[in-house]
Design a protein around this ligand. Structure first.
Ligand code: TMP
Length: 238
């Protein structure tokens, strides 16, 4: 069986990536593909506990940047081995809402931890399982902050990762743009200020060109659909 495809979404908080993850998955499924959506931190039972600890647990406000880095990597190494690798081996298209580029950007650049250590830990966590395509939704900090503030959360739930000063998110946005120029073959930088429909179409164009095997329905599926349609026309009551 041929390997699936691994697509990741990146961008600052409020860039609109979660919406686009769902839209891309729906279109791939319509084209007959098998799709798995996951996210970081999280995506496994262990990872979701780590997500809670990183973002929402009251104790997390005492967390050092080094502990934070190691927890993101712990969540990632579990997700890669428990979920992503087996799915790719079965020919599934895996879409992840964030992956190791988030660590390069948030912990390496925005938190200013040693980039070589961040790169080494990223490599250790993912091994050979690297994204085939990474879509970055690029929005300016003001738009991202405004969208972040509109998010509805239960009262008293505070996301620690959303409490940083504006300069932190400026470094995040700038670092993503810089990353996109470093590896143009893997990254697709999209203007996140466009409408959700425009973004969806731009993503679909790029994904169709890159992965025709997952975006064009197989001949047998087209025949199947055609015969269902003509059957429906012949027997409209059934
Ligand atoms: P989100 O996926 O809902 O945007 O929340 C994840 C938060 O965690 C977000 O603030 C970015 C941050 N993050 C890191 O700082 N490093 C990482 O490696 C990952 C995956 C996320």
């Amino acid at each position: 069986m041929s390997r699936g495809a691994f697509i990741t979404f990146e961008g600052s908080e409020g860039c609109g990536k979660s919406t686009q993850v769902l839209r891309l998955a729906a279109r791939l499924e319509q084209a007959g593909g098998r799709v798995l959506i996951t996210r970081e931190p999280g995506g496994t039972a262990i990872g979701e506990k780590i997500r809670d600890l990183l973002q929402f647990a009251p104790e997390s406000f005492a967390m050092t940047p080094e502990t934070e880095l190691l927890l993101f990597e712990a969540s990632r190494s579990q997700l890669v081995r428990e979920t992503i690798r087996p799915a790719l081996e079965q020919g599934t298209v895996v879409i992840s809402d964030r992956f190791f580029d988030s660590t390069t950007v948030y912990q390496g650049i925005a938190r200013k931890l040693e980039p070589d250590i961040v790169a080494a830990l990223n490599n250790f966590a993912v091994g050979p399982n690297r994204p085939d395509l990474t879509i970055i939704l690029d929005v300016d900090v003001a738009t991202a902050r405004a969208r972040m503030l509109r998010r509805v959360r239960p009262v008293a739930v505070v996301d620690r990762m959303e409490q940083e000063p504006i300069e932190f998110y400026e470094r995040v946005c700038e670092a993503y743009r810089e990353l996109a120029t470093r590896e143009p073959g893997r990254f697709l930088l999209i203007d996140g200020a466009q409408s959700p429909d425009e973004i969806e179409n731009e993503i679909w164009d790029a994904v169709s060109k890159r992965f025709p095997m997952f975006t064009v329905p197989e001949k047998s599926q087209i025949e199947n659909r055609k015969s269902k349609m003509s059957r429906a026309r012949l027997c409209p009551s059934t």
